[in-house]
Design a protein around this ligand. Structure first.
Ligand SMILES: NC(=O)c1ccc[n+]([C@@H]2O[C@H](COP(=O)([O-])OP(=O)(O)OC[C@H]3O[C@@H](n4cnc5c(N)ncnc54)[C@H](OP(=O)(O)O)[C@@H]3O)[C@@H](O)[C@H]2O)c1
Length: 180
């Protein structure tokens, strides 16, 4: 059984996942108390996460580890020796390509992987390895920052699945990625 990639991510209305320096303060300060944006259900549906190195380093900077499920960090610059001792049973580092990564995860029994990080998502999308995207729009314009999407050689058709809006102003839309 092949492992499918899934995206669950938030952007500003102008399409940024972080400020140019990687800050996500604008995301963290959203007042969304009591709202269920489907994160727990989404996390329950995946076997683990594949994180871009920069997203991993951002999560590390928060101190407390955010994930209960296994995390693979894709990096060509980090090695296993860089994983902090307290995370050695939770995190692995790999320099695999997206196709190699999904092949390896499939062999390990993963069916669904949460793909996270802007550059990483773009790379998995280009490789045709993303099945669906849950995109939450946060009601703010940042003007500049790290974009979620970038150059692609061909159009990627998306099929709208559902949209939920929340009292906080967050709007969450699920798209199925049609074949590239
Ligand atoms: N708004 C949100 O919901 C949300 C979600 C996630 C992340 N973020 C933010 O996004 C920022 C990081 O995103 P980002 O786009 O800058 O980087 P990223 O996708 O997290 O990481 C990119 C890095 O991943 C490694 N990598 C390995 N294989 C790759 C491949 N095939 N394609 C692309 N990258 C590969 C490379 O690291 P090496 O240089 O080590 O090889 C590359 O520099 C952080 O500030 C984080 O806080 C926001």
């Amino acid at each position: 059984m092949k492992c499918n990639g899934h995206v669950y991510i938030a952007t500003s209305i102008d399409g940024f996942i972080a400020r140019p320096n990687g800050d996500i303060d604008w995301l963290m300060r959203q007042s969304t108390k009591g709202e269920d944006h489907g994160y727990d259900d989404f996390m329950a549906s995946v076997d683990g996460l594949v994180l871009g190195r920069k997203s991993y380093e951002k999560v590390l900077s928060f101190g407390a580890w955010a994930y209960k499920k296994p995390v693979v960090v894709l990096s060509r610059t980090l090695s296993s020796a860089d994983i902090p001792v307290h995370l050695q049973d939770k995190v692995t580092i790999s320099n695999a390509t997206p196709h190699e990564m999904m092949h390896t995860l499939s062999k390990q029994g993963w069916k669904n992987a949460y793909i996270d990080g802007g550059q990483l998502i773009q790379s998995f999308l280009r490789s045709g390895l993303i099945q669906d995207i849950i995109l939450t729009h946060v009601p703010i314009l940042l003007g500049k920052g790290i974009p979620l999407f970038g150059d692609i050689e061909h159009d990627v058709d998306l099929q709208h699945v559902s949209t939920e809006s929340y009292p906080s102003g967050l709007v969450s839309t699920k798209y199925k990625v049609m074949k590239i």
